[in-house]
Design a binder for this molecule. Structure first.
Ligand code: UT7
Length: 324
């Protein structure tokens, strides 16, 4: 099996910003509540763009620093729960827009763990020799499924995309991955209508069933437990200790979740990368853009051990250890 690593990262964040103060005018909330309960101060929202438009921005940013052309890609995986359309895959739209003619393309639906799932999938294609160069994107337009009248959820989400290019590397790369799911908990976070269970109708629109429904409190506790266990398990698989980890890049759902996980694991705050303040929860795009920003800010150096740790609707979770 070949060693597979991330050779470049990229991101694309839409320009429009919605602050907590803006939200105060939309629902019964306050900047103080949102900041102290979640760590979020603002989030970016699309104006007209779809998930593939954001994904293309992130892909081109990553390609620029990879030394590869779009024509060199033979695999495109987009992790998203807000695809442009139910079908075809958002990855196919991305392929056409960037001109990656020889790539095979598909989407992955693993909610907030989607980017980690997609990295692990691309790794399999490359390490087995089926593909050489893969583009993996986490791209979300969560504003399109957010109920802007529901204060329990609308303060949490944002739009954006992050990308990674994967290829064979001589040493290091993805050292271990731990993916898991618990389908008993689908009720905790979902969009009830628009699929085959509840196709779109006047009634589903009138009852706001096309928007995110979430049991935040229950999820919060599960997120802390599962992200802690996922981090421990992936380290065990990599044969490493927490003291070996240089930077943890967690899914950015809530700063309090992240700090509770860090406390349980005995990790110092400076080892945790946080950007939720600027972007809110962008589902699959959160881990992807956090990784990209950490690299661009010089917080990830060659040889560093990076721990990605994500959790989301399904339930699903995914953690990876990457030697940069
Ligand atoms: O992306 C991966 C999956 N998602 C997650 O992991 C999210 C996990 N959950 C959370 O992050 C938190 O549960 C939330 C941020 C969603 C909520 O925080 P919480 O501390 O769990 O609050 P809560 O739901 O227990 O609500 C506490 C109070 C309630 O009022 P009462 O019943 O105590 O009077 C809510 O109605 O806060 C109220 N509340 C708000 N107040 C002001 C809920 N949302 C708001 C709001 N502004 N936006």
């Amino acid at each position: 099996m070949k060693n597979v690593g991330i050779i470049a990262v990229g991101e694309y964040i839409p320009k429009k910003i919605l602050t907590n103060k803006d939200l105060e005018k939309m629902v019964d909330t306050s900047d103080e509540w949102i900041t102290t309960r979640t760590g979020i101060k603002e989030r970016h929202l699309v104006e007209k763009e779809a998930a593939s438009d954001l994904a293309v921005g992130a892909a081109l940013d990553a390609l620029k620093s990879s030394g590869l052309a779009a024509a060199d890609l033979d695999l495109i995986i987009v992790a998203t729960i807000t695809p442009d359309m139910q079908f075809p895959s958002t990855a196919c739209f991305v392929q056409a827009k960037i001109g990656a003619k020889k790539a095979l393309c598909f989407d992955i639906s693993a909610a907030c763990a989607g980017f980690v799932y997609a990295l692990a999938t691309a790794q399999q294609f490359i390490s087995s020799g089926v593909c050489k160069n893969a583009l993996v994107v986490g791209s979300e337009v969560l504003s399109s499924i957010t109920d802007w009248k529901d204060r329990n959820t609308c303060v949490l989400f944002g739009d954006g995309a992050g990308a990674a290019i994967l290829s064979e590397v001589k040493s290091g790369g993805i050292m271990a991955t731990y993916l898991g799911s618990n389908g008993e908990m689908t009720r905790l976070l979902n969009v009830p209508a628009g699929g085959s269970r509840m196709p779109a109708s006047h009634e589903t629109i009138d009852t706001r069933m096309h928007y995110i429904k979430m049991q935040g409190n229950e999820l919060f506790k599960l997120a802390v437990t599962i992200m802690t266990e996922a981090a421990e398990e992936v380290l065990r698989r990599a044969g490493l200790k927490f003291s070996d980890v240089d930077l943890v890049i967690p899914h950015q759902a809530n700063a309090r979740i992240i700090m509770a996980v860090a406390k349980k694991l005995g990790l110092a705050e400076e080892k945790i990368y946080l950007n939720i303040e600027k972007f809110g929860n962008m589902s699959s795009a959160s881990t992807a853009t956090a990784l990209c920003e950490a690299v661009k800010e010089g917080k990830v150096k060659k040889g560093d051990i990076i721990l990605l740790d994500a959790f989301g609707a399904g339930l699903v979770w995914g953690a990876s250890i990457i030697k940069w």
